[in-house]
Design a protein around this ligand. Structure first.
Ligand code: UDX
Length: 439
């Protein structure tokens, strides 16, 4: 018999998981406290812009294997496995906010006390190591002690913009479990889920928690590393970080991915998980020197962009600057921890007139900046009369930019390619600067 699945928290991880689980033949119920979200999902509309999600959702809605509800109690009692996918954001103090996680666990525990059959609770949200031991298991109390409920930690490595793809084709499944019963149950679920079963690694709960943090911290470290090399290149004539990255990426011990110099890492995960890892290191008395350095390099990327603009003498009142790309990376409208937000506040402070363009993120940006800046959906209009064009996101449309268009529309000839997507040779008539490109 296939286990019945409930997923609590229908965000960027929970919703794709609910839909994919139903599409693989499991009776699945998605639970969220937000009735608006539930209504939208019931009518076949996803509020998350993930490629492939809408189509998959429409397909499974007709199959009758998927349900959405705000009723945690019924969903949990009528299922065998509950995946916990609620958010773990950062508080203003920089600590990880566990309150959504712990509130959801309390509600689930209440339902499980009245359920007669065994239940597996699977934590998918990213948590500081030891959270399951110190917070989640104590809430479950006698349920966990008596074996009525098992807890497993099963982190996700989904990227925004390819969540469905990553979910259906993972490089590894990590199962942190206290006993064989829970790891076997979860393994059986995944064996049925995947036609080509990925490698499954069973670890302790604590190791599984740390794997998620270590994974994201390592990606962040690679980015800060290459941005540090980019800084050296910028200070040295005739050198180019792109070529350095290509060469070192050929070494199989290093690998080519996450070696793209740019504005630094943003988004909802890498910056947050690095803060979480620093906090956890301090908690157990370990000096987080490397992690702090990764963070410091990332913060400093903003100053490097500003320095390039200062060298071009564009940061002053009366000048207009065009920002191309607001999202923290291409393929998403997410502007969380995007360098664009910090840069625009900076330019406003210096009286610069800011013009912004982005294929997806304009509306989100408008919610922050209102009428302080100008918004454009047409590239030529965004560039018209500008003194500097700064490329912050690697959207395909920007890769096709031509010198002729810039010269014909802009007032001055300054270009800054923060993403290294343009060929400098094709901008020889302009004052062209780029991250990691020696003058
Ligand atoms: C990340 C992890 O990749 C994923 O495994 C985890 O589950 C969630 O966090 P995501 O936040 O979607 O995913 O973005 P990702 O594609 O990893 O990029 C993160 C940031 O690093 C972006 O700002 C991106 O532009 C930047 N980046 C990435 C670089 O600057 N250079 C690179 O070479 C790669």
């Amino acid at each position: 018999m296939r286990p019945k699945i409930s997923v609590v928290g229908l965000g960027f991880v929970g919703l794709p998981l609910t839909v994919a689980s139903a599409s693989r033949g499991f009776d699945t119920v998605g639970v969220d406290a937000d009735a608006k979200k539930i209504n939208s999902l019931c009518s076949g509309k996803s509020y998350i812009a993930e490629p492939g999600l809408d189509i998959l959702l429409k397909d499974v809605l007709t199959s009758g294997r998927i349900h959405f509800t705000t009723d945690h109690d019924r969903a949990v009692k009528n299922s065998d496995i509950t995946f916990l996918t609620v958010g773990t954001p950062l508080k203003a103090s920089g600590e990880v906010d566990l309150s959504y996680m712990l509130d959801a666990t309390r509600v689930i525990a209440q339902s499980l006390r009245e359920k007669k059959r065994f239940h597996l609770l699977v934590v998918k949200s990213t948590l500081p190591p030891l959270t399951t031991r110190d917070y989640i298991l104590p809430i479950l109390g006698d349920l966990a002690r008596d074996g009525a409920v098992d807890v497993a930690v099963n982190p996700e490595f989904l990227r925004e913009g390819s969540a469905v793809h990553d979910l259906l084709d993972p490089h590894l499944i990590v199962i942190g479990a206290k006993n064989r019963r829970s790891s076997s149950l979860l393994k059986r679920y995944y064996r049925r889920f995947y036609e080509q079963v990925p490698e499954m690694l069973v670890t302790s709960i604590e190791t599984a928690e740390l794997i998620k943090y270590a994974n994201n911290a390592f990606l962040a470290t690679k980015i800060s590393f290459i941005n540090s090399i980019a800084a050296l290149c910028q200070g040295m004539p005739e050198s180019d970080v792109e070529t350095v990255a290509y060469a070192i990426g050929k070494d199989p011990r290093i690998g080519p991915m996450f070696l793209k110099a740019g504005p630094g890492f943003g988004g909802s995960c890498l910056p947050k998980d690095l803060v979480g890892l620093i906090g956890f290191s301090q908690k157990i008395g370990e000096e987080p020197g490397l992690f702090r350095a990764v963070q410091a390099v990332n913060d400093a990327q903003f100053l490097r962009i500003v320095e390039m603009m200062r060298q071009q003498k564009v940061v002053k009142g009366g000048n207009a600057v065009t920002i191309l790309g607001l999202a923290f990376k291409s393929g998403t409208d997410d502007i969380r921890n995007a360098v664009s937000v910090r840069l625009v506040w900076y330019l406003i402070k210096y009286g610069v007139s800011v013009r912004v363009h982005d294929p997806l993120a304009l509306e989100r940006f408008r919610m922050i900046f209102g009428d302080r800046i100008s918004y454009f959906s047409s590239l030529p209009n965004a560039l018209e009369g500008s003194d500097c064009c700064v490329i912050l996101t690697e959207w395909d449309a920007y890769k096709k930019l031509r010198q002729e268009l810039l010269l014909a529309t802009m007032r001055s000839d300054n270009v800054i390619d923060v993403r290294r997507i343009l060929d400098p040779k094709k901008f020889s008539e302009m004052n062209f600067k780029a991250i990691g490109l020696g003058s």
